[in-house]
Design a protein around this ligand. Structure first.
Ligand code: IMP
Length: 426
């Protein structure tokens, strides 16, 4: 049995696509456990790039079965669009994809409400894909699930109830309440298209684990965007942390053998909310450009900052990380000085903890490191890294008290120093 969780240890966009792709070589099953079309991975299919928001990155490996667990929220039109695109590229994704029949569905009014709210002063910078309102419906026990697409009259009755609950909000935000028929019609064909893929993904996952298969649980977003433990209220609406894999898929914690956290050698954040190590000016522009730090879903330029070690320690603790995959080290090449936040000064004194609820009044304390000018992207081992780069990497590892399993030094598969392979070694 081998169950390994890959989880973002920062604010998302830590390079999950690439690391999942590397681990998937050894995986029989890849399961996404949370989030929806707010995530985005760029897949390289032949010579072309395809951005997918829902389909797990594992779809590129022809022998891995990919699942969307019931903790995810699915926009049927987006998912069908992605499957059609991958189909057109000869990947036959429908043969290797199953979707939780109990996953909640994003419908047109969720996207409408998300957009209307983001046009007000209480905007938090969401991806406007309807993710938050869909999770709201789930918690309010009026959500629509994929299994509800088996019967149109039944679906319409459920939509009627949900729309009645949303109507006052839509009107107060200046929107127009859609008709039940228009909502159903908008999603019906895509919902029908997905029916053959619906399954009890919790049971499938448990069976696979019992049969000795290797299962990769693919997180979305990151620890600091988790609805319970992130920088609330500037968070997403799901359990992005490793614990979310158990509830989101429907398996017990005893089934998990290892948890790998992903962290960039610096930090980025998209949308609003506190970001104490944020950089502006020339260095930020350079990191953004070299690191291609633009949202793959929204195209928004990402906010950029130095690595935050108290935040990373927080992620190690919350996720029970066994190791860290440190990504995008190459992006720092050419900077004269590299900084790392090691502690915070808060009104109640200096702390090495991440002051998650006091970030606005906390000042980061930095340690400075000499930069490295050499290109690191062809290094095959840590020893081949320039001394300055290695010192920085070793400092991060020691400060967060968690060993590194990967150091990624470029976008290519071969630009990866693999120190440990949890799926192979589990
Ligand atoms: P939502 O998930 O669209 O509701 O957005 C809530 C917050 O999470 C916003 O700050 C988004 O920018 C952020 N967010 C959601 N998905 C991602 C992601 O995949 N990467 C980075 N930030 C994300």
């Amino acid at each position: 049995m081998a169950g390994v969780i890959i989880v973002g240890a920062q604010w998302g966009d830590e390079g999950k696509g690439k690391v999942v792709d590397i681990y998937t070589d050894e995986a029989d099953l890849v399961v996404r456990y949370a989030g929806g079309p707010n995530a985005g991975h760029t897949l390289v299919v032949g010579s072309e790039k395809v951005v997918v928001r829902l389909v797990p990155s594992g779809i590129l490996r022809r022998d891995a079965l990919c699942l969307l667990g019931q903790g995810t929220v699915v926009d049927p039109k987006v998912l069908v669009g992605e499957l059609d695109t991958l189909d057109a590229k000869g990947l036959s994704p429908r043969d290797r994809m199953r979707v939780a029949e109990r996953a909640h569905v994003i419908l047109s009014y969720h996207i409408l409400v998300d957009g209307l709210r983001e046009a007000t002063t209480s905007a938090i910078g969401t991806t406007k894909r309807g993710v938050g309102p869909c999770y709201e419906d789930k918690a309010a026990r009026r959500g629509i699930r994929l299994r509800d697409f088996r019967n149109r009259a039944d679906l319409a009755a459920r939509v009627t109830k949900a729309l009645a609950a949303w109507a006052p909000t839509i009107v107060a935000l200046g929107g127009e309440v859609p008709t039940v028929e228009s909502v159903v019609e908008d999603a019906w064909a895509a919902g029908q298209n997905l029916l053959p893929l619906l399954a009890d993904t919790a049971a499938l996952t448990e069976r696979a684990l019992r049969d000795g298969k290797r299962v990769l649980f693919e997180g979305a977003q990151g620890t600091l965007l988790d609805v319970d433990h992130g920088t609330y209220p500037y968070v997403t609406s799901s359990s992005a942390i490793a614990g979310g894999a158990c509830t989101g898929v429907g398996i017990g914690p005893s089934r998990i053998d290892a948890v790998v956290g992903l962290a960039k050698a610096y930090c980025t954040r998209v949308g609003g909310g506190p970001f104490p190590t944020e950089l502006e000016g020339e260095v930020a522009d350079r990191i953004r450009k070299v690191g291609a730090e633009f949202g793959s879903v929204t195209g928004r330029p990402r906010r950029v900052g130095w690595v935050d070690l108290p935040a990373l320690r927080y992620a190690v603790r919350l996720n029970g990380l066994d190791s860290i995959a440190l990504t995008k080290l190459d992006v720092l090449a050419g900077l004269q000085t590299i900084r790392a936040c090691v502690a915070y000064d808060t009104p109640s004194g200096r702390t090495r903890e991440f002051p998650v609820d006091e970030l606005e009044s906390a000042t980061p304390v930095f340690s400075d490191f000499p930069g490295f000018s050499q290109d690191v992207s062809s290094a095959k081992s840590l020893e081949e890294l320039p001394k300055e780069a290695l010192d920085f990497v070793r400092f991060v590892e020691a400060e967060v008290e968690c060993p590194l399993s990967i150091v990624s030094i470029g976008p290519g598969r071969d630009q990866t120093i693999v120190l440990a392979h949890p799926l192979r070694d589990a």
